[in-house]
Design a protein around this ligand. Sequence first.
Ligand code: F6P
Length: 330
Amino acid sequence: MKKIAILCSGGDVSGMNAALKRFVEYALLKKMQPYFIEHGYEGMIDDHIYPVGYKEVAGIITKGGTIIKSARSKRFLEKHYRTQALKNLKAHGIEGVVVLGGDGSFKGMQKLSQESDISFSGIPATIDNDIAGTEYCLGVDTALNIIKNAIDAIRDTASSFDRAFVIETMGRECGYLALVSALTSGAELCLIPEIPYDLHTYKERFLREKSAGRDYFVAIVSEALDQTQTLVTWFEKEIGIESRATVLGHVQRGGNPTVYDRLMAYRFVTHAIDGLLEGRKDAVICYNDGGFGYRSIEDVAFVDYMIPEELLLLGKEYGIKEGTTGTSPV
Ligand code: F6P
C-alpha cells in the first residue's frame, strides 16, 4: 500500500485533529503518502483530495473540530455519486481510507468497500458514545468534561438564587452523556430514554428535601426525551421553585481536546493503519476492556448500542434514593 487517505464524517468531535496528526506521521513512518479528503464523503465526490505532509499537521493537536472539515452527505446515498467518489480515489492511486465518524459513516464505508477493491478502516468518533461494539468513541471524554464544567458553573448560580436548573445534553437517541454527566456532577435528577421514570417519585422526595432545607436543584435531561421545558414547568408548579432551562447544545462538540482524547486518537489511528496494512478490507477499530480490536461493520453499524448495565444500575438509583417512600421509577 503506497497511498492512504483520511476523512471526517458526521458530527465533529475534539480529538479529530490529533487523529489527523497521527495519521500523517504514522503513514510517513510506514513509507506511505498520506492524503486528506475535505468535507467527508462530499469531498470524496467533489475530489477535494490532496497529499499532505508534516507541515499540514503542525500545531493542530490542541484544536477542537477538524481542520479537514466534516459533513453529512445525502448525495452519497446515490450510487452514481459513490461511483464518482471511487473514481476520484482511483485517480489519486489511493488504496486505503480511514473514516472517522459514526454508524452512518460506517454504512457508507461498507458500500464503498463492496463497490471497489479499496480498503477502509473505521474509527468510532462521536460525542454520543452510541456505537455498538466499542466501549469508547473518540471525543466523548472532552464532551463530558465540557458538560461537567457547565454543570458545575450552573450549580453555583442555582445555589445563589434558590432555583432549579434543567440542563439538556446532546446524545441524539442515547442517554450516555446525560447519565455519566449526572452521576459525575451529583445532579439531583437524571432523565434518559433508557430508564423509565415516574416524576411522582421525585416530587415526593424533592418536597421532603425542600422542607428539610434544600434550596436548589440540578436536573440533567437527555435531548432524546424532548422534556426540557416540561421539566422547567414541573419544577415551578409541582415543587414550587423558580426554574430555568439551559440547553448546552453545540458547545459540547468543540473545545480543547483532553489528554485522554489526544492519546485515544493516536491509538485508534495506529490500529486503523495497521489494519489496512494487514489487509483488512472494511474493519472498525473498537476499544474494549482496555485494548483495541477489529470488528465488522455489520457488528457495529447494524446493531443497537446499549449503555452498560452497570452504569444503568447507577442511574436507576436516582429514583430510589434512601428514605424514598414512593414507587421506584424502574
Ligand atoms: O451526533 C452528534 C450530535 O451532536 C448529536 O448529539 C446531536 O443530536 C446532533 O449531532 C446535532 O447535529 P447537528 O450538528 O447537525 O445539529
